[in-house]
Design a protein around this ligand. Sequence first.
Ligand code: HEC
Length: 155
Amino acid sequence: MIKKKILLLLFFSCSEKEMTLDEEIAVGVWDEINGYESWTQPGNFSGIQESNSVHGNYVQIWLNEISSEFLHDTTAGKIMPSGSIIIKEAYSDILGENTTGITVMKKITDYDPTHNDWFWVSYKFNGSLTGKNGAEEFCYSCHHSGKDYVLFNGQ
Ligand code: HEC
């Protein structure tokens, strides 16, 4: 009888930790972006920049190869292809010593066709999730004014 109770307890504590599909994608993206500090930075938004967005007072942006290649493609209607990733670190200080968070957008085929298939995710500095991940209206409702939802100036 006691054993059964323990098993039941184990079952519930495990199922509580089960991740949603979006959380699983978010954890996968964190692995995928490992080492992003050596990725390309946009020429006119390189290094730490002042920001007046919700992201923090200072920010820094990195692009993976796919997104940087398509950033300046002005062909009519051209948007970034699947596999594009853009990373943004936010800081409270100009030297970037106090990181307040890392936000990422990744384009995944057919993930959210109504909003150009961007998967949005916000991480704490250690990679743990903040609770905002997936087809986040909070993110795309602000980003929708940019071409293909990309907002930093000079794109
Ligand atoms: C209230 C507006 C607003 C919201 C909400 C917002 N952002 Fe942004 N975001 C910006 C602005 C403005 C920039 C341009 C850079 C800057 O000035 O900080 C930006 C830049 C970015 C960038 C760099 C690429 C780009 O578009 O310039 C990423 C990545 C990003 N945001 C991710 C996110 C994610 C993920 C969320 C949701 C968790 C989110 N953002 C929510 C305003 C917003």
